[in-house]
Ligand binder design. Structure first.
Ligand SMILES: NC(=O)c1ccc[n+]([C@@H]2O[C@H](COP(=O)([O-])OP(=O)(O)OC[C@H]3O[C@@H](n4cnc5c(N)ncnc54)[C@H](O)[C@@H]3O)[C@@H](O)[C@H]2O)c1
Length: 352
């Protein structure tokens, strides 16, 4: 569909939603035609600032508009199932924020609706568009660090200002692992290109003592092909937001982060200057030292995420971050929580 313009409606007018709106507005193949928020005053303001004519407080009214081809769902996680299923049934293509949903049952219901629909459904696992992680994935897939052996990531994000009793993030189903840690879990699944088959975990709660779930988790996991992994999740830790990640291969190591403008690549051979990296000498102890590559800092790269979604819909391409990708990430997150609660090794159930 070379000349077709994708007409998009965004459900929610939060800060994250306006990031998605930017992705639509910046894309020459798409048009932001409608926005919706249950907070109608907010929706009207956001619409006016962006010259959007159609504004709704009820998402079902937005879905009833025949000229809308696709919707982006950026509402609280608890609403993803209802809205995703309704959007597919209304014949819309869907880009749905992570986490796909909070429960296994909800993930399955969305997957069933996708199966019945002929529309595209993509989960917004945004780390797959973070420039430092994309660069790392490209190095790994090109064989630059050999075969992966150990991968680690973290979601260290102090929720002190956003986690108050009564807000939707307080819901035990929306614990730190499923709600935020899903970024780190999904990143490892994507980097390894496979699912953890066994998970052990521990958790604690020393800061948000009244929270109905633990605020800090550590999980270790076994992937296929003897790759091992580790995920640290804390929504209370006293530090800057980071997803520092290290990928160890048989011939090198990559250190990267969603909040850093550089990735470091350690290799047992040194590349030529043509790669554009900054070359360091081996140090006096003959240890491997890294080549550092500049990357853009785009922690919430909704623009690149929407570019891919728009191409998938307009050019009828296969979805990469499918509903099953989103569901398997949640299954692994549930296994972490269960492993920490029971002290047992948990085998995630990926059967959706
Ligand atoms: N990809 C990321 O890195 C990232 C970052 C932040 C949030 N998120 C995800 O985005 C989603 C929204 O998070 P947020 O931080 O923007 O939340 P938020 O609480 O800041 O905003 C949610 C918005 O949804 C609106 N809303 C609530 N119920 C609604 C309804 N029934 N119909 C229409 N609008 C409704 C609210 O009025 C509010 O404006 C969540 O799924 C969250 O997990 C993802």
């Amino acid at each position: 569909m070379e000349n077709k313009i994708l007409n998009v409606g965004v459900i929610s007018c939060s800060g994250m939603a306006t990031g998605h709106m930017k992705g639509v507005i910046n894309n020459p193949r798409a048009k932001l035609v409608a926005v919706c928020d249950i907070d109608f005053e907010k929706a009207k303001k956001v619409a006016a600032e962006r010259g959007v004519e159609k504004v709704y407080a009820d998402y079902r009214e937005l879905l009833a508009q025949p000229e809308i081809d696709a919707v982006i769902i950026v509402t609280p996680d608890q609403l993803h199932r209802e809205m995703a299923v309704a959007a597919l049934e209304a014949g819309k293509h869907v880009l749905c924020e992570k986490p796909l949903a909070l429960t296994r049952e909800d993930c399955k219901a969305i997957a069933d609706a996708v199966k019945k629909s002929d529309k595209k459904f993509m989960v917004g696992q945004i780390c797959r568009f973070t420039p430092g992680f994309v660069a790392a994935k490209n190095f790994i897939d090109a064989g630059e660090i050999g075969e992966l052996m150990f991968v680690e990531s973290e979601y260290a994000h102090d929720y002190e200002n956003i986690l108050k009793p009564g807000v939707w993030r307080y819901d035990p189903l929306r614990n730190g692992v499923v709600g935020g840690g899903c970024h780190a879990v999904d990143l490892l699944r994507w980097i390894v290109g496979d699912d953890p088959i066994e998970i052990k975990a521990y958790s604690t709660k020393k800061i948000f003592k009244d929270l109905p779930y633990d605020d800090t988790h550590i999980a270790i996991m076994q992937f296929p092909n003897n790759v091992i992994g580790k995920v640290f999740v804390s929504i209370s830790c006293k530090r800057n937001y980071t997803m520092r990640s290290v990928f160890y291969g048989t011939k090198g190591t990559i250190i990267c982060d969603n909040t850093s403008g550089e990735i470091s690549v350690f290799r047992d051979t040194f590349p030529g200057l043509s790669e554009g990296g900054k070359i360091f000498e081996k140090n006096a102890l003959n240890c491997t030292v890294p080549v550092q590559y500049k990357v853009n800092i785009a922690n919430h790269n909704a623009v690149a995420e929407f570019e891919e979604f728009c191409r998938i819909v307009l050019d009828d391409l296969p979805v990469k971050t499918t509903v099953y990708e989103g569901a398997k990430t949640i299954a692994a997150c549930h296994a972490i929580v269960e492993a920490a609660e029971t002290g047992k090794t948990v085998v995630p159930d990926y059967n959706f």
